[in-house]
Structures are given as structure tokens and as C-alpha cells.
Design a protein around this ligand. Sequence first.
Ligand code: SF4
Ligand code: SF4
Length: 487
Amino acid sequence: MRSLRAGIGYHVGTPVGFAMTAPSRPKPYLEPQYCKGCLRCIEACPKGCITAGTEINPATGLVPVELHLENCTGCSLCMQACPEPYGLRPESERPGPDGDFVLEDPAKLFGEKCVPNQSEGDIPESLIALPPCAPMVLKGTYASAIGALLAGCRHVFGYPITPSTEGAELMAKILPKLNGSFVQAVSEVAAVNMMYGAGGAGLPCMTFTSSPGFSLMLEGISYMIGAEVPGVFVNIMRGGPGLGNIAPEQADIKLACRGLGHGNTRAIVLAPSTPQEMLDLTRDAFALSFRYRNPVVVLGDGYLGQMTGTVRLPATMVRPGLPAWAVWGDRAHRHNLISSIALSEPDLEVHNQHLNRKYAVMATCEQRVDCHRCADAEVLVVACNTPARMAKGAVESARAQGVKAGLFRPITLWPFPIQALVDVLPGVRRLVIVEAGPGQLEDELRLALSHAGVMPPPISSVRRCGGILPPEDEILAGILAHEEVLA
Ligand code: SF4
Ligand code: SF4
């Protein structure tokens, strides 16, 4: 259909008073399965012809827009605004009644992706030997960053927050030289959603954050767990609640072990206590994250993040592969979809049962602990992170005074290493829980004992909080209470 327009003063160069015929312009039509519901076309349309959709497309789990083209002028602004090559198209390109819509080869549109192998299966990671390197003296956040780089992480997203900032700062300096990306997001909420995207593309990615920032990320972590997206969160805990202060605390144990956003969420929580472990456990966190397709939390404290210590590099570093499930832009992966939505109740129940089976495997296979003088211990100290270092000194002092003390240091806070604890408990008369927090480690211990059906010996605690670490003499006093000591 062609339309007539009066040309009076209509266009520069159009003779005044001359009626002209404007060429018809095709209106848009929508391929709903290619609309991601970004709503850009709604903003672009000057005639209000496009509205937000109300129905989920079952093929994509997304909500495509709806067209109402009575007033459409065919200006094409909506088609220009649409970022999807097959979202809004001119009506003139709609296939006829017998024709199927044929997807053009993305490689023709965008060029070939730089993918080494477009196989349907996983592209496995490989190990690269590192040259011998003298031990280094590093602060904990730097050691963690190096551990991530050696695990193949080249995508880091974050928002500066003390006392974790130095990790992100080092990544911002190094990653551009390694063809990687560091993005300082506008907030922690943005950072975690960038991780969702990068992790969904099968890329090892991480963030550095600290307690208030970690709180902001929880919704996104729940989405990542629901969608089974890997990613590593290094949380350098500081004093809370609220803004608190920037001194070390251990009051995010509850959050990491019991409170990772809404729904049925779990993640392995690793608790380093030295700069060396900051490196080793961050590197391990990437392997665990991809093994289980689940986020992993590395939970350090503010003292550990800033403390320097001797760090030795491993003999190898990882060249990441590409998992078959990754949402990647080549032909082999184009059908993949990462989503945490399951609107059908039975589907969501099945998904949760699948997650529960995965959590059960983590709980059985990933318990880690460091036992120091536990074999004959009668007074067992339980501590993690930096307080475990003070506790170790206190255990040695107690031994010097004839008290058989030992240190049980959980390296995984979830799953709690209950099996190892049950093994050493028969000879233990008392448990002393040491923490720089209000008792969240003790809660994890008591829950684990309760689930295991084990009645513990008497439990006492040595706690400081507000950014104060329990000093060695207070821990020693806690060990020696009720004990007969050598003169
Ligand atoms: S072609 Fe122009 S008027 Fe028609 S829907 Fe698109 S933006 Fe609106
Ligand atoms: S711009 Fe394209 S992808 Fe975005 S809502 Fe409109 S049609 Fe859908």
C-alpha cells in the first residue's frame, strides 16, 4: 500500500503546494523466540505501538514484547533499536505461509568466533608447567589474586571495598596485559550479575569483596546457584553489622554457610588462614566451582587480607577449557540456555532435587580440615582463619603446661568437616570454640554434630568481635580453665 502525503512545507527541497507520493515503508513484525524482552524498542517507538509482553515464551523462558501497529508509520526506529538480529524485522521479510523462517548462519553475520574446537562436548582444560620461582612475600589479597590467575581466571568484576580492594586493584593492573578484563562495576549488584554472564559463558570469573558488599551480592548468588553458574567470591570479612568498620571479623560465616540468597542455596565455603592458603584455596575454588557448576566462597578475614606471608607458587597453571553447557556464540553452543526459572511446579521440584543431590555429593566429598595435635587431644580447640593462628600458639603453650590440647581447624566451613571431628572426639573432654565473631562458627559446629547424631562434650567459647581478634593469652586461659596445670 502506498500513502499520499501533502508536501506543503514537508521536506526541504519539496516544491511548496505539490502533492507527493511517499514510498511505503514496511512495518515491523516480531519473531518472539528471538526477543529477549529488553524493551529498547518500546522506548524507540514514537507512536506507542509496542508494549511490554505479559506471556513467557516457553521456548526461551523470556517475555517478548507485543506489537499494536494501527498507528505504525514504518519509521523502522524500533528495528534499528533492537539488538537481536532476528528480533524485530521488516514485515516484507516475513516468510510466506509455506516458508519457514531460516536462521542465517551467525558466522556470516558476525564472523567466526575464535574458538579452538567447536566440538559438542567439553573442551578440557590443560595444565601448563611453570618455571621454578623463588618464594615470594605477599599480602593475602595479592596471593588470592595470583591463585585466581593461575587457575585461568581472566575475568574479574568488582566494586572497591576495604579490606579487599588490593586484590581487585592488582587484577586491574595485570589483566589487561593478559588479554583479560577487569570491570569496576557501578555496584556489587552489577558485579555479581556480570559474573552471572561471564560464568554462564563458561569463563572462570571472580570478585573480591568484603562483608557489606557480599550482602549486596546475595540475590545474584542465588540466581547463579539456581542456574548452575560457576564463579568465585573472595569475601574478606570485616566488622559489622551495617557499615561496621574495616577491622577483621568472622561474622559472615552464617551468611556464607546458611544465607546465600533466597531459595535452596548452598556453596562450598573455604576458610584460609595464611597467605599461602589464600593462593591455594582460591585456585582450588575455581576447580570446585566448575566441578559442581556452582559458586564457591573463599572466606578470609580483614587481617588475613592485609597480612603478608611467604607464598610458594605451584608447579603448574591452568589453561581453561570450555564446558559443553557454556552459552557461547558459536554453532556448537548456540542452543544452550542458562536460566534459573522453572515456572512449572514439578519442574522446579525436580530441579531442587537435582541440586540437593549435588549438595549431598559436596557435603560428602569436599570436607577439609587441618588437625594439629588432635590425635591425643583432651581439650580440643576449634578455630579458623586468623584466630586459628593464635589458637595454635595457645595450644603449644597449653602443651608446655601439661595439658593435652589440640587444634581442629576447619578449612571447609560448609561442608563442616564433621567426619574428621567425629573421629577425634572419643578422647576429647572439652571443646573450646575460638572466633572473632558472635558465635557463628560454634553454630556450624553444633549443627554438624546434631545432624551427625553426636552428643558433644562440654563446649566453651573464646569470642571477640567488633574487629578485635581473640588474643593468644585469652585462648590459653580458655583452654586451661578447669584443667590441672603443671606448676
Ligand atoms: S516502525 Fe516506527 S512506528 Fe512502527 S512500531 Fe516501529 S518505531 Fe513504532
Ligand atoms: S528491542 Fe528487540 S529484543 Fe528488545 S524487546 Fe524489542 S523486539 Fe525484543
